[in-house]
Every structure is written in structure tokens, then in C-alpha cells.
Design a protein around this ligand. Structure first.
Ligand SMILES: NC(=O)c1ccc[n+]([C@@H]2O[C@H](COP(=O)([O-])OP(=O)(O)OC[C@H]3O[C@@H](n4cnc5c(N)ncnc54)[C@H](OP(=O)(O)O)[C@@H]3O)[C@@H](O)[C@H]2O)c1
Length: 265
């Protein structure tokens, strides 16, 4: 990306980006790429020391400001704390990246784990968009990226709650694309395929065809912002999304995903 395109990106989505879930994996990659594009950063994750290391690395390489907030996004007060701490900053973009992933059959999963996934994956993006979008609307510009997954395109036995929350994010992102687009804000929901991250390694770690690096996924998503409501990074993932989401009978798609999840976990 050339200097002029970075400048345009900063003008449209700056001066600050909030990345929710930024201490590792795709979230840390978002933070680094946004800084490379000249945006100041507000980073949220639970592990303050790990987040501070990410921030330190970014400050060493880019001339941007980075603020860190050690918050649990499952806490209903997280959004109010973040709003108070960041009051006065021109938050021009929101990347809601954090997710909680209960693995295993629903009936064998603690209700506390399910509540955590609903709080982080469903209430979190709603509350953060509700808090940040009014400022973007006033300015008539801004960007919102919600991280979903190919797992959100059909039910997935073995990670039923997670897949359902990712389906929620697809509809949330598409609805917001319609509501906020007419007020000058670009919204995109990313249906990512498997990406090698600490979270993916905890889940399975297996290499799958067409896997992209976190850095590549993030660059592609940010480049696609403003080009439509839903984005699937990578050709292989795009073909998979067509098959699983549109062409195959639902029962076949659910069966394939369920077998795959059982094999991976
Ligand atoms: N990796 C993949 O294969 C893949 C595929 C499709 C979609 N996605 C989506 O992409 C996003 C990122 O995935 P990832 O693999 O990069 O995840 P990851 O490696 O597990 O990282 C998740 C990030 O979110 C933070 N986080 C998690 N729970 C949090 C909470 N309660 N409060 C605050 N921060 C929290 C974590 O930091 P702390 O632990 O420090 O809080 C970490 O920085 C997720 O939405 C996921 O659904 C990933």
C-alpha cells in the first residue's frame, strides 16, 4: 500500500482504532497493521502484561500512540470502563476481534462457559458498536470490523455455541452495514477460515488447505473495508463458503463441519 492510500485510510478510519482482543493472534496482527497505516491504538485484552508487550513492540516500530486497557470483555461494565478511559479520543474505527470458544457437546459444557461465550461474542460487539458508532456518525466517517468465521455459515456440532455466536455476528454486521453505511461508516464482517494463532492452536493446530497467516488475513480485511458487508479472505475459503453456505444441503454442510470438528478436537 502506498503513502497516499495510507493517508486516505487514516483520514477515513483514524485518528484512533480500538481493537478488542489485541494481545495475540489476529487481534495483535490487526494492531500492528493499523499502526503501520498510521492509526493510534486503544488495545483491550485481559492479560495486561502481554498487551503491554504488544504495545511496546508497536511503539518501537511506528510513530503512533498506543493505550492499553486490561479488561475482561465478559464483564458487563467493560464497555463503560473503556468509554470513560478513552473519553476525548477520536475513535474512528472498531475492530471487535475477541472470542470465547467452548469446545465439546453442549450438554457437556458448563453453563458458565456458555455465558462467557455469549457475553464476549454477542453482547460485546453489540455494546461496543452501540458505544462507538454515535461518535463516528457525528463525524460522518469510520469503520467497524466484526470477526466471524466460516463456522458461522451453518451449525457446527462440537462447537455449537461458538458457531451460533459467529452466525449472530454475520447478521449483526450485515444489519449494521445497512444502518450505518448510509451515515458514512464502513462495516464489514469477516468470515475467516482457519488461521494459525494461539487460539487456533489451543483448538486444534492442524494445517488445512488454503490457510493464510494472521498478517495476510488482517491486510486483506482492512483493504476490503468499504467494499461490501461480508468478506471471506482467500480463494480456498471463498470456495468453501460458497459450498457450505449456499450450494450444499444444510444437513450435508452440518455433517461435514461436525465430522471435521470432531477430527480436529
Ligand atoms: N484463528 C482462527 O482459525 C479463526 C478462524 C475463524 C475466525 N476466527 C475469529 O478471529 C478472532 C480472533 O481469533 P484468534 O484465533 O486470533 O484468537 P486468539 O488467538 O484466541 O486471541 C483472542 C484474543 O482475544 C482476547 N480475549 C479473549 N477473551 C477475552 C475477554 N474475555 N476479554 C478481553 N479479551 C479477550 C485474547 O486476549 P486475553 O487472553 O489476553 O484476554 C486474545 O488477545 C475470533 O473472533 C475468532 O472467532 C479465528
Amino acid at each position: 500500500m502506498g503513502a497516499a492510500r495510507y493517508e486516505a485510510f487514516r483520514g477515513r478510519y483514524g485518528a484512533w482504532a480500538l481493537v478488542a482482543g489485541a494481545s495475540e493472534g489476529l487481534g495483535a496482527a490487526f494492531a500492528k497493521e493499523l499502526a503501520r497505516r498510521g492509526l493510534n491504538l486503544a488495545l483491550i485484552a485481559r492479560r495486561g502484561e502481554v498487551l503491554a508487550q504488544v504495545a511496546e513492540g508497536i511503539r518501537a516500530e511506528q510513530d503512533v500512540e498506543v493505550r492499553c486497557l486490561a479488561l475482561d470483555l465478559a464483564d458487563p461494565k467493560a464497555v463503560a470502563t473503556a468509554s470513560d478511559t478513552l473519553a476525548g479520543l477520536e475513535l474512528g474505527s472498531l475492530i471487535y476481534n475477541a472470542a470465547s470458544v467452548p469446545v465439546g457437546p453442549l450438554l457437556e459444557t458448563d453453563l458458565a462457559e456458555i455465558d462467557q461465550a455469549v457475553a464476549v461474542n454477542v453482547r460485546g460487539p453489540l455494546a461496543f458498536v452501540r458505544a462507538l458508532a454515535p461518535g463516528m456518525c457525528e463525524r460522518g466517517r469510520g469503520g467497524v470490523v466484526l470477526m466471524s468465521s466460516l463456522a458461522g455459515l451453518q451449525g457446527v456440532p462440537g462447537i455449537t455455541t461458538y458457531a451460533a455466536t459467529k452466525a449472530f455476528n454475520i447478521n449483526l454486521g450485515e444489519g449494521l452495514w445497512g444502518e450505518l453505511g448510509e451515515r458514512g461508516i464502513d462495516v464489514s464482517v469477516c468470515c475467516s477460515g482457519a488461521v494459525p494463532t494461539p487460539g487456533y492452536d489451543r483448538f486444534s493446530g492442524q494445517k488445512v488447505p488454503g490457510m493464510l497467516s494472521a498478517e495476510d488475513v488482517v491486510r486483506r480485511i482492512l483493504d476490503a473495508l468499504g467494499r461490501g458487508p461480508r468478506f471471506v479472505p482467500g480463494l480456498t475459503n471463498g470456495i468453501l463458503a460458497q459450498f457450505m453456505g449456499r450450494l450444499l444441503p444444510r444437513r450435508t454442510a452440518i455433517g461435514i463441519m461436525g465430522r471435521n470438528t470432531r477430527r480436529l478436537t
